[in-house]
Design a protein around this ligand. Sequence first.
Ligand code: NAP
Length: 249
Amino acid sequence: MTEDIQEVFLDATSTDTDAVRKVAALSVQQPHELIQPHALVRKKSARGNAHQRLRIGIMGGTFDPIHNGHLVAASEVAWVYDLDEVIFVPTGRPIFKIDKNVTNAEDRYLMTVIATSSNPQFTVSRVDIDRPGATYTIDTLRDLREEYGPQAELFFITGADAVAEILKWKDAAKMFDLAHFVAVTRPGYSVDVSFLPRDKVDVLEIPALAISSTDVRRRAAMGEPVWYLVPDGVVQYIGKHGLYSEDQE
Ligand code: NAP
């Protein structure tokens, strides 16, 4: 509320002293005194605990499209690390895919919202989509660190093949100060993370990651069913918008 608006409002309600006091009280609140939205919606963690320091999973991926393997992986990591929330963060312009045909960010974002809507611990962030330029994880972590505050413990979750390349990412060393990394793998796939800081990176095998976005796109392009590989709403979204059909290529 700007000062002008406050004054008009105070004049208009000057006969009601209670109302005036309430408005006046609001008007002197400084930004740092405002109740943080995250404090208001404090929920119990995946294991039913209430933490002093929020434990936040950041599920980074292109999600082209999001599939049930991603959802199981997020749920498993939330359980193993006793997370309070998992934020899915669809990439805006993935830096290693600038020359590749990646589906429009809004379509990927909407499919992610549809897929996660039934789980109260899952949310979706637009930080990578709304930030101009190529997507770098260091920026994702800085933006979410600012949003959730210095006390929050951040766990960046993504595919193990992506993590295996992490030292090539922008400001790689600084990322380890901002978050712990959880590399989720497909069954039977081993990844070498021995060259990464041991206390900063874990690997977790997720059987449901036998599903892959590449395979879902291929099936959709061939007209094969993708039911139960992706949530029902995502099957319908793909069909309605003709995503991955050969005509789109
Ligand atoms: P990608 O190369 O498309 O994926 C590599 C592998 O990891 C694929 O097998 C992929 O399977 C899997 N994967 C990706 N995200 C996953 C997730 N959240 N959970 C489980 N499996 C996942 O990787 P990407 O999607 O472009 O990037 C992954 C994340 O790393 C993004 O947040 C991205 O911004 C970040 N990244 C940052 C930099 C940088 O800062 N320079 C560089 C590269 C990546 P599916 O295809 O089935 O998902």
